[in-house]
Write a protein that binds this ligand. Sequence first.
Ligand SMILES: *[C@@H]1O[C@H](CO)[C@@H](O)[C@H](O)[C@H]1NC(C)=O
Ligand SMILES: *[C@@H]1O[C@H](CO)[C@@H](O)[C@H](O)[C@H]1NC(C)=O
Length: 367
Amino acid sequence: MDNSSIFISWMILGLLLTLGNVAPQAEAARAFFVFGDSLVDNGNNNYLATTARADAYPYGIDYPTHRATGRFSNGLNIPDLISEQIGSEPTLPYLSPELTGQRLLVGANFASAGIGILNDTGVQFINIIRIAKQLEYFQQYQQRVSALIGPEQTQRLVNQALILMTLGGNDFVNNYYLVPFSARSRQFALPDYVVYIISEYRKILVRLHGLGARRVLVTGTGPLGCVPAELAQHSRAGECAVELQRAAALFNPQLVQMLNELNRELGSDVFIAANAYDMHMDWISNPQAYGFVTSKVACCGQGPYNGIGLCTLASNLCPNRDIYAFWDPFHPSERANRLIVQQIVTGSTKYMNPMNLSTIIALDSRV
Ligand SMILES: *[C@@H]1O[C@H](CO)[C@@H](O)[C@H](O)[C@H]1NC(C)=O
Ligand SMILES: *[C@@H]1O[C@H](CO)[C@@H](O)[C@H](O)[C@H]1NC(C)=O
């Protein structure tokens, strides 16, 4: 070979290497997996015999299709908005028959409304996908993807994925405080109960890591006592319910501490704490500053604060969902979800510990 053909060979090799580097990133955004409760369920419960469901009007009234999907929102929920941020299609519910073939590579949503850290949380909803089962489905998912792209590619897809875990609120609302003198409240004083559920949560996260998770956003609970459902039951003048606020104040710092410990043991920032409490409190304490007319009255519901019972066809329904912080007695509106996700993406260490999602994306794109 003369010099010029060697030069051309090198040029071609260089070009191939460049294309080789670019192509895998261009062909697919990172996969996204979602675990947890109604704050992040996007339709799994539609396929189950349960009372915890959001598959009828007016749920979904502002969703692109204007149909109820199973999301506990007037429109998009937090996972949808995170998918948007990472440049991905929204994940399908794991139980959806449409989740097959190439669509599996986008990720999956395993969340199920009503569940908690504990197996006895949400028993009144009968047939829901408890967290141990969600993790079992994640394992099954990986077997299905392996059959499609092979075990090594599957491992890589899972290791490089972004994961969202939202758990814990129901262990108070739909367990400890569900009825006066509940079994768990007779068994544990509140501080001991929190220590117990944090220790159980830790096991769940260790298992998730064992299944290949390497980047997991873990949301703490919101201000549980400030949701319209609790105001309706406990509030005289709109003040947040004391006991549930006490629960959140105990749970959230211990969660952050547990995540920090896990990261130290793993020698890597696998678990990222999202301070959902402060993210909510911003607009709950000053709704007008965020363009809301109220943060106390739900858009859809009945009774005081529209906080009694479920959001149904028979409920009061506000005409403009964008000016309500709460869509139903428990769940934020799409606009409030957008404020939450904005903090997840760009928030300071007050909101995201040890770093926000834009930092994670920048870091992970370098490996
Ligand atoms: C919850 O149920 C799962 C599966 O049935 C089981 O593996 C796990 O140990 C249970 N957790 C507790 C705290 O009992
Ligand atoms: C969060 O994201 C923004 C970029 O949008 C960045 O400037 C900021 O430093 C980040 N904060 C932290 C604490 O990571």
